[in-house]
Design a protein around this ligand. Structure first.
Ligand code: SAH
Ligand code: SF4
Ligand code: F3S
Length: 448
């Protein structure tokens, strides 16, 4: 018996899919990437924007065709759209067997067995007392085996007015530090070199539970043998403390890179978004960061076309992008989500205006990304090798036997391609950068 899992959405969903896979493994299923060969098919869904939700439904639609040929097929919708829709999902996707909410994982195997014994369809969007207590199962690792995500908290209580996350992921809860550390030790034992700690607002880790703070957690993870790099996402600017800046500065394994979503450069819009900070507060945080952690690389998220955003508001965002000079940005056109309060805000911005603004913003950032990438030429950077490159660079000439084009990332999270016959996945190599492209760098290894 086999299963297939398809993941849409953020890094947290990638982590969750590995958990779903390990549950299916323990039920006696083996993984297959061929949906037609599977006996259980899972789509792990995302509802952050309309497009992601539509993608989920179109994927789930494909399950109907296989189920027609194979009536015993068990079809599962998991994740954020499942949590949002519950029973209602059966109206739109009648061939679904299980709707599994974001906190119902611990009952997944029970639901699978019930369906196998002839039970009718099940929608479970109830909460669970425990979150992510099971340990990682290296057989279920997806993709990259060198760098893994570790979710350290569930939920969000910030209630930004555009966002579905507080409704689909529930209240904020932090995992116990000892569980996180045990999990990362196990990852290190199985050859993982880099971990990215995940939470909607990692800066508030442990705050409700009264346990250790996020900076203290970073210090403990910094001591785990075998782990070479630590990253984390996401930091909310309102909670970014000096303590955390010091942890980034002082923990040698914590990468000198911060993803700090600003969302907008306009005070009027930030207020309507309920972000809890002003433009000047954000710019001050960036100054403090640059002072504490020189050469820190920065990335951000931006939403354009939030309800009532004028050209003047949008220009404030453009101006902030010019001031900060981020290494990279993730920019989105505002998407109206009916469960979030902003859906009912007046003066919704037209689709064309949103796309025009998005293009202007991306064009502006392209220049900065190029500038930051070009500034790497001539430098020698430490690159954690992730694998072979999928696309060959024009300059790739296999000079030695077994020479391959390899790929990895710098501390600042930039992708580097290079030729080598001597490196292994998981090695850290020094690469002299020769060329810069919009999304990657190219160079040659320097061996001692
Ligand atoms: N917790 C993180 C982000 C989670 S969602 C934070 O607070 O930064 C990831 C990104 O999706 C957000 O940063 C935001 O830029 C974007 N996003 C969320 N809701 C959106 C919506 N309704 N429309 C467009 N983009 C949205
Ligand atoms: Fe959404 Fe805001 Fe929470 Fe981020 S902090 S997940 S944007 S509500
Ligand atoms: Fe992630 Fe999408 Fe859910 S961004 S938390 S999978 S709504």
């Amino acid at each position: 018996m086999k299963y297939s899992i398809y993941t849409i959405g953020c890094q947290m969903n990638v982590y969750d899919s590995e958990k779903l896979a390990s549950i299916l493994n323990s039920c006696g299923f083996d993984r297959t990437d061929d949906m037609d060969k599977a006996d259980v098919v899972v789509c792990n869904t995302c509802s952050i924007r309309h497009k992601a939700e539509e993608k989920a439904y179109s994927f789930l639609g494909r399950f109907a065709r296989i189920k027609k040929k194979k009536p015993h097929l068990i079809t599962v919708m998991a994740g954020c759209v499942a949590q949002q829709e519950g029973e209602k999902a059966f109206e739109r996707v009648p061939h679904l067997d299980i709707v599994l909410g974001t906190r119902a994982f611990e009952r997944f195997s029970r639901h699978i067995r019930a369906i196998q014994s002839g039970s009718s369809r099940i929608a479970d969007i109830e909460d669970s007392a425990m979150i992510y207590e099971s340990l990682p199962d290296s057989e279920c690792f997806e993709g990259n085996q060198v760098s893994k995500f570790v979710t350290i908290m569930q939920g969000c209580e910030n209630f930004c007015t555009y966002c579905v996350v507080p409704y689909v992921r529930g209240r904020e809860r932090s995992r116990k530090p000892e569980h996180i550390i045990e999990e990362i030790r196990l990852l290190a034992d199985s050859g993982v070199k880099e971990v990215t700690l995940l939470g909607q607002n990692v800066n508030s880790y442990g705050r409700k539970e009264g346990g250790i703070s996020f900076s203290e957690l970073l210090k403990k993870i910094n001591d785990i043998a075998g782990i070479l790099r630590i990253r984390f996402a996401t930091s909310h600017p309102k909670d970014l403390s000096m303590d955390l800046m010091h942890a980034v500065r002082d923990c040698e394994k914590v990468c000198n890179h911060l993803h700090l979503p600003v969302q907008s450069g306009s005070d009027v819009i930030l207020k309507k978004m309920n972000r809890g900070y002003t433009r000047q507060y954000y710019l001050n945080k960036i100054d403090e960061l640059k002072e504490q952690c020189p050469d820190i690389s920065l990335s951000t998220d931006i939403i354009v076309g939030f309800p009532s955003e004028t050209m003047a508001d949008f220009n404030d965002t453009m101006d902030l992008i010019r001031k900060v000079e981020f290494d990279s940005i993730f920019a989105f056109a505002y998407s109206n989500r009916s469960s979030a309060p902003a859906a009912k805000f007046p003066d919704q911005v037209g689709e064309k205006e949103k796309l025009d603004r998005l293009n202007l913003l991306l064009q502006l950032q392209e220049g900065f990304t190029e500038k930051k990438n070009k500034a790497q030429i001539g430098k020698t950077l430490e690159v954690l090798v992730e694998g072979k490159s999928s696309k060959k660079h024009d300059g790739f000439v296999p000079l030695e036997k077994n020479m391959e084009q390899m790929t990895g990332r710098t501390v600042s999270n930039k992708i580097v391609h290079f030729p080598s016959a001597r490196v292994n996945i998981g090695d850290v190599v020094r690469i002299r950068i020769e060329e810069a492209y919009p999304h990657s760098l190219w160079g040659y290894p320097e061996f001692d």
